[in-house]
Design a protein around this ligand. Structure first.
Ligand SMILES: [Zn+2]
Length: 297
């Protein structure tokens, strides 16, 4: 293992890995330039979104931080960029890149670092120096379902983005929020994910989206297909669902549709989740909203 995070279990040294990481970064950068140079409103690089990579180290399956490099290029062009990270893991690499600047509004909504890698991203990480107030973490408890997720999302993200008035929104839309993801502990379904993407679209003048995590490959592919459709204003039709035994979508038990049936926690577990989410939302509203001139009500 080397000092820069290479040779670890998460970031092995494999043949062609540098070229792969460069290619992914180039694609994200190119996508962003398409937004800048044309009337295009939405671009998507499913193979980007390496939000854990640091300035000088690799971590968390990420070698080169295509997001930070691309956002840096955009702000050097004088553009205002809001970064919204809905991957289930905290976007630590992007946070660290822009922690001291007010040129990027960095928002990450994720499973709490108390229960999930990278063990960071608590609500009191709000940026320092000129960046104070421009880093927003929304940590939610393990178990979070669509209701809890969307409650926190809607309470915090639209008001901040509207106040910041970005020229471009950069969205990292990892599919590992899904309740079938084997590495994380949320209970978000395609219904919650789609709604989040719809809100993102509504509050953004232009969006560059990348993929990110997602370790149930079938569900991740379904979520990204749905996100693509949502952003393009299309309704996907499952022409093949059922006809081929559902194997197009993964194992038989999960097949049938791009969409999931609704799922909601109840009882004590729901109460506990909601309570924790409310505490985080209250903290952010009281601490950050006044810095952006957003009135509390
Ligand atoms: Zn992730």
């Amino acid at each position: 293992m080397y000092a820069v995070g290479l040779g670890t279990e998460d970031n092995p040294i494999t043949k062609g890995m540098y070229q792969f990481a460069l290619g992914a970064t180039g694609a994200t950068y190119h996508g962003a330039m398409c937004l800048v140079e044309s009337d295009t409103k939405f671009v998507f690089n499913p193979l980007g979104g390496f939000h854990h990579a640091g300035r000088s180290h690799a971590e968390g399956f990420c070698y080169i931080n295509d997001i930070a490099i691309t956002i840096e290029a955009l702000i050097r062009m004088g553009l205002r960029v809001a970064y919204i990270d809905i991957d289930v893991h905290h976007g630590n690499g992007v946070q660290n890149a822009f922690y001291e600047t007010n040129k990027v509004l960095t928002i990450s909504i994720h499973e709490s670092g108390k229960t999930l890698y990278p063990w960071s991203g608590f609500e009191d990480g709000i940026g320092i120096r000129e960046g104070r107030g421009y880093n927003v973490n929304i940590p939610l408890p393990a178990g979070t379902d669509d209701d809890v997720y969307l409650y926190a999302f809607e309470q915090i993200i639209p008001p901040l983005v509207n106040a910041f008035k970005p020229d471009i929104v950069f969205a990292e839309i990892g599919g590992d929020v899904h309740r079938d993801d084997p590495l994380a502990h949320f209970n978000v379904t395609s219904n919650g994910f789609k709604k989040a993407v719809r809100i993102l679209k509504e509050i953004s003048p232009k969006v560059i989206a990348t993929g990110g995590g997602g370790y149930n490959l079938f569900k991740t592919a379904a979520l990204w297909a749905l996100a693509w459709a949502e952003m393009c204003g299309l309704t996907p039709h499952d022409h093949y669902a059922g006809i081929v035994g559902g194997m197009m979508y993964g194992p038989e038990t999960q097949s049938g549709s791009l969409d999931d049936p609704p799922f909601s926690l109840d009882g004590q577990e729901k109460e506990e989740c909601l309570k924790q989410a409310r505490d985080v939302v209250r903290f952010i509203k009281e601490t950050l909203f006044p810095m952006h001139g957003i009135r509390l009500h």
